[in-house]
Design a protein around this ligand. Structure first.
Ligand code: IDP
Ligand code: MG
Length: 136
């Protein structure tokens, strides 16, 4: 059964800073994701707080929002069959130390906070996150 989905992917500041944008995009393309839209932006801390508001009660929330707004990021809409779960698999576990071999976070992640990529975790959040960055 066909289940074409879109998900939001972010290449985080640690990866953009190390010029990994094209390498990471190529991993998505090799895995048959279509990059429907993409843009490089530098968000404010207030925007990061809005984006990550599901985490507002977590002890790392302030650092997380400071970090996401610390430098340029690349935001992308990825499309594929079962894109949401597929992207999560290619990203690997949140903590790069625990991520499987071959995943983006295993390859490029520096630490649990500087873990190179974000991906939506559900259909509902994918819609909210895509709308957050690509309202038009
Ligand atoms: P995810 O990015 O794998 O979906 P989430 O639990 O949604 O992970 O957390 C969002 C982001 O917050 C993570 O990507 C990571 O950068 C950061 N984060 C999560 N847990 C911790 C922690 O225990 N310490 C510091 N940062 C964390
Ligand atoms: Mg998450």
């Amino acid at each position: 059964m066909s289940n074409l989905e879109q998900t939001l992917s972010i290449i985080k500041p640690d990866a953009v800073e190390r010029n990994l944008e094209n390498e990471i995009k190529n991993i998505f393309l090799e895995n048959k994701f279509k990059i429907i839209k993409d843009k490089k932006i530098h968000i404010t801390k207030a925007e990061a707080e809005e984006f990550y508001k599901v985490h507002q009660t977590k002890p790392f929330y302030n650092d997380l929002c400071s970090y996401l707004s610390s430098g340029p990021i690349v935001v992308m809409i990825l499309e594929k069959e079962d894109a949401i779960l597929g992207n999560r698999k290619i990203m690997g576990a949140t903590d790069p130390k625990k991520a499987d071999e071959g995943t983006i976070r295993k390859k490029f992640g520096i630490s649990i906070d500087k873990n190179s990529v974000h991906g939506s975790d559900s259909i509902e959040n994918a819609k909210i996150e895509i709308n957050f960055f690509f309202k038009d």
